[in-house]
Design a protein around this ligand. Structure first.
Ligand code: HEC
Ligand code: HEC
Ligand code: HEC
Ligand code: HEC
Length: 206
């Protein structure tokens, strides 16, 4: 009985050894080895997503080893440069009894204990955004403003999991930046009906 078991185990081991050494990937011992070896013959692709981003002015950024393009912002901001008007302290501008300049901007983001205009804007130099510790942040890199409080989304975005790519999957990588999708003053997305809403189904449900 013991002998029978012994032979059985021996047979199994042989089969295992046979299988693990069976050169399923040709002359390679595994898929990793195959990729490493055959990758040596790979000298990049001639496919590029450049043609899709031709019309967009982009800047290159590097964040923790991820280098990619994002759309330039300053050229898109209607009231930039801010210092065209903000050449003196805010109090001086406000005390003139001028009608509110930015009447269309209301913060619908975090509550007023957590943020007001100067949490993000630098009143001493309006052309710059401001970190929570008072450091300047360029308007083109406003993702650094967001990442102070939304580091999870920032981490995902860096790696390409949050936020959309512009162009194709081929290099160079170009991605939308936070403010392309989220209005910093009102970042929540409104709920929407589907673009093609089947009114008939809706009627039948009633
Ligand atoms: C056309 C002139 C003009 C431009 C351009 C302009 N501002 Fe202003 N802004 C004003 C005036 C005037 C006030 C003060 C009066 C008021 O409260 O409306 C003001 C007030 C502000 C305030 C304080 C608001 C408050 O309620 O305390 C912030 C913050 C601000 N501006 C940010 C900016 C930023 C950022 C830019 C550039 C992206 C910009 N502004 C461009 C005219 C301008
Ligand atoms: C959470 C951070 C944050 C807060 C709070 C905030 N802003 Fe902004 N604001 C931004 C960012 C980022 C931009 C640039 C957006 C872009 O790239 O389009 C901006 C852009 C602007 C602009 C230029 C918009 C345009 O289209 O010309 C004005 C003016 C402005 N902010 C004023 C204000 C005022 C006034 C307040 C307070 C009522 C305020 N902001 C509060 C982050 C903030
Ligand atoms: C000072 C901290 C702070 C900064 C800076 C900040 N946020 Fe927020 N944000 C908050 C808080 C707090 C909330 C509310 C969270 C909640 O309600 O759960 C929030 C909510 C949001 C939401 C979710 C809104 C919703 O209800 O679905 C989005 C999207 C967002 N922020 C985007 C941004 C973007 C983009 C920037 C940069 C321009 C930014 N935030 C900068 C603190 C911040
Ligand atoms: C291509 C558009 C796009 C870009 C770019 C983008 N987001 Fe979002 N974001 C979304 C969408 C869509 C949602 C989901 C909204 C919902 O569920 O209502 C979202 C959700 C969020 C939320 C709410 C929490 C959650 O996960 O549901 C936060 C906070 C946020 N984004 C922050 C950021 C920050 C910070 C950046 C830049 C580093 C960024 N987003 C870039 C589209 C974008």
């Amino acid at each position: 009985m013991i002998r029978k078991n012994y032979i059985y185990i021996l047979a199994c081991t042989c089969v295992l050894v046979l299988f693990s050494c069976k050169h399923g990937e040709g002359e390679y011992h595994g898929v990793i080895e195959k990729i490493n070896a055959e990758g040596k013959n790979y000298h990049g692709t001639s496919i590029s997503s450049e043609q899709y981003i031709e019309g967009i002015k982009t800047i290159e950024i590097t964040e923790d080893g991820h280098t990619f393009l994002i759309p330039e912002r300053k050229g898109q901001i209607r009231s930039y440069a801010c210092t065209e008007c903000h050449s003196k302290p805010l109090e001086d501008m406000q005390s003139k009894g001028i009608k509110e300049a930015h009447w269309d901007i209301k913060i619908v983001h975090a509550n007023e204990n957590a943020m007001n205009c100067v949490t993000c804007h630098n009143p001493n130099n309006m052309d710059q955004l401001k970190s929570l510790t008072g450091k300047d942040i360029d308007f083109n890199k406003s993702y650094n403003l967001c990442n102070q409080c939304h580091s999870k989304q920032f981490e995902d975005w860096k790696g390409g999991a949050h936020g959309k790519r512009i162009g194709g999957w081929a290099p160079p990588r170009a991605s939308m930046t936070c403010v392309n999708c989220h209005n910093p003053h009102k970042p929540h997305f409104e709920s929407r009906w589907p673009s093609r809403f089947n009114t008939q189904t809706e009627l039948e449900r009633k």
